[in-house]
Design a protein around this ligand. Sequence first.
Ligand SMILES: [Zn+2]
Length: 124
Amino acid sequence: MSRKKLSEQEWQTLVKLAERLEISLPALLGRPVRFSEMELAGHRLGRAVAQLTTGRLAGERAEQSPPREPCPTCGKACEVEHQQRDLITVDGSVELSEPVAHCSACRRDFFPSACGNGARSAAK
Ligand SMILES: [Zn+2]
């Protein structure tokens, strides 16, 4: 991994985001702290940003799903709704919006994302 430097503007953005996530970076600069405390704060921020990014990406992709999907059993076009659920990722819990459809003919729910491009398929 290349070692990138943050611009002052990028650092200030990170500080504000960290504050919003209840990780106070300025508090670490205002007093003598061990390196491990700074490292832990950076790690917590990284994980929090990863969780938010994963949730946002998955949510935006879910919003792009078509309003109707064919039932994998009978082929009937079924209306797609969105369900919220928690998913445990390598960076912690992420709230996902996931498309789900119900086929009234087959009396079953199915997850269009399980057909190839969602969290369920990625978990295989
Ligand atoms: Zn069906």
